[in-house]
Design a protein around this ligand. Structure first.
Ligand code: GDP
Ligand code: GDP
Length: 435
């Protein structure tokens, strides 16, 4: 499970520029997943072999004058709650502002690692202006230029070496970890309560001091599983959760810690942009996915309702439509047991390791039937396929000219895999490699 770094700071100091720089190292690596677009505010990075997530909290702030300071305060508190490491960015050009002071005052009380990046130090002259920021009382300064990259290597070295040692989370291998996610009021707590028979709305409100997440093990209905219960879920909203960003940010950690995510959608509202953002977060993290349309009891149903809802959802989540969709009610407990069963099935689909012989038998035939189109008169030959030994299903296809194989063909291969094996609810990675 990777650490989460949150970038905070007032507008225009260069947070999004820094965000892009931090995730750059990773961008170069082809993801191998079809149809996943880059998120402007959430990304994965790797430095000195340590993987971590980066969140640009600023990207979500509403840019209107009066909500300004209040929003930044919320942003900082949320970063404190949800991230492992805080990266506070200031701008050397403007010197210390009131808002910087205010953020620093909050951060000085935080027990998590806080790094102070003085940005826009593009040249030696500006290094002379930087020491002013010691005045924020946050210790060491990291002079950087997000724009040209100088100083970011040292910052990253320090950042990744500060990562708290994850307490060896006492989870037993081979037992699925489920996360229940969705926007506010969709019924997450109700569903968890119904499933476990325990009221889990424990309120804890001390910033940055609570354990970030708890995996509680259950044996229910003859199944053994963990529910990932994050601080974000337990704590009742300190911030206005209507803002899309907050519920997305609150989902990040539970998603990262789980094997399979149950995404709740409110039947009375249908699938919306915010749901899609959370969905994409799951896919980007290559988690198993089950979509649960909750509050189904409130819908006036006819014989077409399920079909209509299903089509609407599939339209929004395309191209990854091989996802189980279930209609349930946390209130009446209709199909909550079924939801658990399906999540377990997705977990098993995600665990499976295909035999190389079977894989080649199926795929090579499909490839022969529809070979990759030749490029510039060059004939592309795929010789064999193997499943990689990674924790989530990923496949390597060895070819003479892998660089010429384009995304539509990757999608064709993915569809063949899905048609011939059961990968329902499971994102697949497909790589083309040189042989
Ligand atoms: P945010 O609002 O904090 O996300 O700030 P942005 O990343 O959007 O940057 C605000 C402005 O500062 C943009 O015009 C950037 O090009 C500029 N900027 C960002 N980083 C640097 C830097 O290292 N040096 C200089 N000179 N400008 C920068
Ligand atoms: P959360 O914010 O996602 O944890 O949502 P809650 O579990 O707190 O539920 C929000 C509201 O929706 C509460 O008033 C619940 O009683 C209600 N609710 C949750 N699930 C259902 C359901 O399946 N049917 C109906 N009718 N109401 C529900």
């Amino acid at each position: 499970m990777s650490n989460i770094v949150a970038i905070v700071g007032r507008p225009n100091v260069g947070k999004s520029t820094l965000f892009n720089r931090l995730i750059e190292s990773r961008k170069a690596i082809v993801d191998g997943v079809s149809g996943v677009t880059r998120d402007r505010n959430y990304g994965k990075s790797v430095w000195n072999g340590k993987e971590f997530s980066v969140i640009d909290t600023g990207g979500y702030v509403v840019n209107s004058e009066d909500v300004f300071e209040e929003e930044i305060r919320k942003q900082v508190h949320l970063a404190i709650d949800e991230a492992d490491v805080i990266l506070f960015t200031v701008d050397v050009e403007g010197g210390i502002t009131d808002l910087d002071q205010e953020v620093a005052a909050i951060l000085r009380r935080v027990k998590k690692p806080v790094f102070l990046a003085v940005n826009k130090v593009d040249n030696n002259q500006r290094i002379l202006d930087a020491p002013e920021f010691y005045g924020l009382g946050l210790g060491e300064l990291y002079c950087i230029s997000a724009m040209n990259g100088s100083g970011t290597g040292d910052l990253l070295d320090a950042l990744v070496s500060s990562f708290p040692k994850k307490e060896a989370v006492e989870v037993e291998e081979g037992i699925p970890r489920f996360a229940v996610v969705g926007r506010p009021n969709v019924g997450k707590s109700s569903f968890i309560n119904a499933l476990t028979g325990v009221d889990r709305n424990i309120v804890t409100d001390i910033a940055g001091t609570t354990r970030d997440s708890i995996n509680t093990r259950y044996t229910k209905y003859g199944h053994d599983f963990y529910l990932v219960d994050t601080a974000g879920l337990r704590k009742k909203a300190r911030v206005n959760e209507d803002l899309e960003f907050y519920s997305v940010l609150r989902s990040v950690r539970s998603i990262e810690e789980s094997d399979v995510c149950m995404l709740l959608i409110d039947a009375t509202r249908g699938i919306e942009g915010q749901d899609i953002n959370i969905f994409n977060l799951m896919i980007r993290n290559r988690k198993g996915v089950v979509i649960l349309v909750n509050k189904w009891d409130l819908i006036e149903k006819d014989t077409h309702s399920v079909k209509k809802f299903t089509e609407q959802i599939q339209e929004r989540i395309a191209p990854f439509v091989d996802v189980p969709i279930l209609f349930m009610s946390a209130l009446t407990k209709q199909r909550i047991f079924k939801a658990l069963e399906i999540a377990i099935e997705v977990y098993e689909n995600r665990q499976q390791k295909l035999k190389t012989s079977k894989l080649n038998e199926v795929l090579l035939e499909a490839i022969e039937k529809y070979p990759p189109p030749s490029v510039k008169g060059k004939y592309i030959k795929i010789k064999y396929v193997t499943q990689l030994p990674s924790p989530t299903p990923s496949f390597a296809l060895f070819a003479n000219l892998p660089q010429y194989i384009k995304d539509p063909y990757r999608r064709y291969i993915e569809n063949q895999l899905r048609d011939n094996f059961n990968f329902s609810g499971v994102p697949l990675q497909i790589f083309f490699r040189k042989k």
